[in-house]
Structures are given as structure tokens and as C-alpha cells.
Design a protein around this ligand. Structure first.
Ligand code: AHR
Length: 312
């Protein structure tokens, strides 16, 4: 008995039972620490659940994603999952998946369609609420600093993507009732560090020290924008309020240095929900139409030294 327990405690980890499920997943690309963390989490979850994963990286191209989904259909995978780079333009390929009888899960981002029943569910963040949380932080910050006019520049994510549309709408709707808040310009930074830097250079050239706030839709663009601000005599985090989204490790480190004021969390850890949902679909079970993870805000309103490792 004692030996059995001992063996049970120290022996090799048990292989997960093979549920006989082949999952095709089309990832957008590798544009951010968030995206890399998301890919890693999905790979880890697949091996934890014993699910065979066909993973394709589309290198930021919708065409590549459509081609990947067609390959998954040809391979007769059990379930297709994908993170749509933009919301429009998926009807034809998703009709093909439907005709082949393969259920489709949306991961991270949503699609725009007039057709019924092309996808089964969405597993991803509530991007609208992220925009709301960013704006609520700004309103509290303006109150605490006693500001009576707040000029905001917005560096937004990939045009027509769900996080871009919803982070913009949640933020705009929340500041709409506050007369102090003015968005000077909203500019497309495509979720990339290099574009964040370019956008910030243009915004500084155009508006200079009229800028009170940078609202950036992800950490990469924020991290690209900060050095541009530092090249001027403006100090990020002090002369300009910096608000970011994702809360990856690098941005949290910069929050701790005081150069970012607020980072709204967007968790990339969607792998377990994806595997659970794929198994349910394979077994013909009902799934929730929308699954949002719980997210929080990290900011200079809290003891930032207590924020633990982020893992992405
Ligand atoms: O769709 C989620 C967004 O995509 C993340 O905020 C961003 O970093 C990523 O590239």
C-alpha cells in the first residue's frame, strides 16, 4: 500500500487518454507577446487534453487563414477553430465548413456576417469592456489630478478587427458623458511596435504638448510609442498619461517604472476553454455561445510592486 502510494506520487505523469479529436486551429500571426502567449497556451492545452492539434500560423494574412481553413476541411478535422484577423469576409469559407459538417469555434476575435449558424461559439475577451475599463481609469485619473480639459490621442489596433472596433467603442461611449474629454485623433497602429512608434512620431509632430493622454490598444504599440515621447522633453507617465491594453510582462515592468499609468488586462490564456469546448462539440453537446474570461486593471492606483509574473 505504502509502496503503491509512493509510486503514485513520484512516477511519471500519466499520459492523457486519447479522446480521438483532431482540431485545426488557424492563428493570426506572431505580432505581439499576447499572440505568442496565446499560441503557446493553445499548444500546451492540446497536449494536456490529448487532442491532436493542426496549428497554422497565417502571418497576418486573411488569405492565408482562408487557405488554412480549406486545408482543415480537406483533412476532415473534427473541429475547426480560428482567430479572425478582421471581422468581414469569412462567409464563403465558413459555408464550406458548414456543408462539410465541421463545427467552427471563434477564438479571441469575432466575425461580422448576416448568415446564421456559420460558427458555434466565441471564446475570447470582452474587448468592449476593456475599453470601458480604460476610460473609467482615465476619468478617475482626471478627477484626482483636477484636470478640466483632457486631450486624448488613440493608437488603435488592426482596422476592422474586433479588438480595434470594440476597444474604441467602449472607450468612446464611456468618455462621451464627460465634457473634459476630447479625442484629438485616432490612428491605426495595426497592433505593431513599429507602427506604434510611427504613429506617435506623427501625433507628436501634429499636436506636440497639447497631448494629455495616449490610449493605445495594445502593449506593443505602447512600447513603440514611449521612446518617441522620451525623445521630446515630455515625460511619459507624468506629462502624458499612458493607457495600454494586454498587460504582458514587458508593459507591467514599464508600469512599475512609472512610464505607463494603466494597463487593462487581456488574457491570452484561452487554451483550456478551447479544448473543453472542442470536446463538447465532438460529443454533440451544447456549448455556451460566448465565453469571456475575467479580466482586471493594473494601474498607478494600486501597489504595482505586488503584481506577480504575467507569463506572457
Ligand atoms: O486580439 C487580441 C489582440 O491581438 C491583443 O490585444 C493584441 O496584442 C493582439 O495582437
Amino acid at each position: 500500500m505504502a509502496l503503491g502510494l509512493l509510486i503514485g506520487c513520484t512516477g511519471p505523469a500519466e499520459e492523457p487518454a486519447d479522446p480521438g479529436l483532431l482540431l485545426g486551429f488557424s492563428q493570426i500571426g506572431s505580432e505581439s507577446a499576447w499572440r505568442l502567449g496565446n499560441t503557446r497556451d493553445i499548444e500546451n492545452a492540446a497536449s494536456e487534453y490529448g487532442i491532436n492539434l493542426m496549428l497554422e500560423n497565417a502571418n497576418q494574412s486573411q488569405e492565408n487563414q482562408i487557405a488554412a481553413i480549406r486545408r482543415f476541411i480537406a483533412y476532415k478535422v473534427d473541429v475547426i477553430a480560428f482567430s479572425p484577423i478582421v471581422e468581414d469576409g469569412w462567409d464563403n469559407v465558413l459555408l464550406e465548413a458548414k456543408e462539410a459538417g465541421i463545427p467552427v469555434i471563434l477564438v479571441d476575435r469575432d466575425i461580422e456576417t448576416e448568415k446564421e449558424g456559420l460558427t458555434t461559439c466565441l471564446i475570447g475577451a470582452d474587448f468592449y469592456n476593456e475599453g470601458v475599463m480604460a476610460a473609467e481609469y482615465l476619468i478617475r485619473k482626471a478627477d484626482s489630478l483636477g484636470l478640466d480639459n483632457v486631450n486624448i490621442v488613440e493608437i488603435s489596433g488592426t482596422e476592422n478587427s474586433t479588438p480595434m472596433r470594440q476597444r474604441q467603442a467602449g472607450f468612446a461611449d464611456t468618455i462621451a458623458g464627460d465634457e473634459r474629454m476630447h479625442i484629438l485623433e485616432s490612428i491605426d497602429g495595426d497592433f505593431l511596435t513599429s507602427r506604434g512608434a510611427e504613429c506617435m512620431r506623427y501625433l507628436l509632430d501634429t499636436y506636440g504638448d497639447d497631448i494629455d493622454v495616449v490610449y493605445s490598444h495594445n502593449d506593443e504599440m505602447t512600447l513603440g510609442a514611449l521612446p518617441e515621447i522620451e525623445k521630446t522633453d515630455l515625460i511619459p507617465g507624468k506629462d502624458i498619461i499612458i493607457i495600454s491594453i494586454d498587460a504582458g510582462q514587458e508593459a507591467i515592468d514599464v508600469l512599475k517604472e512609472g512610464k505607463i499609468n494603466c494597463v487593462v488586462e487581456c488574457t491570452p490564456n484561452l487554451g483550456s476553454e478551447l479544448m473543453e469546448t472542442a470536446l463538447k462539440l465532438k460529443n454533440g453537446e451544447e456549448v455556451d455561445a460566448v465565453i469571456h474570461p475575467t479580466e482586471q486593471v493594473f494601474s498607478d492606483e494600486m501597489d504595482v510592486s505586488a503584481i506577480g509574473p504575467r507569463g506572457y
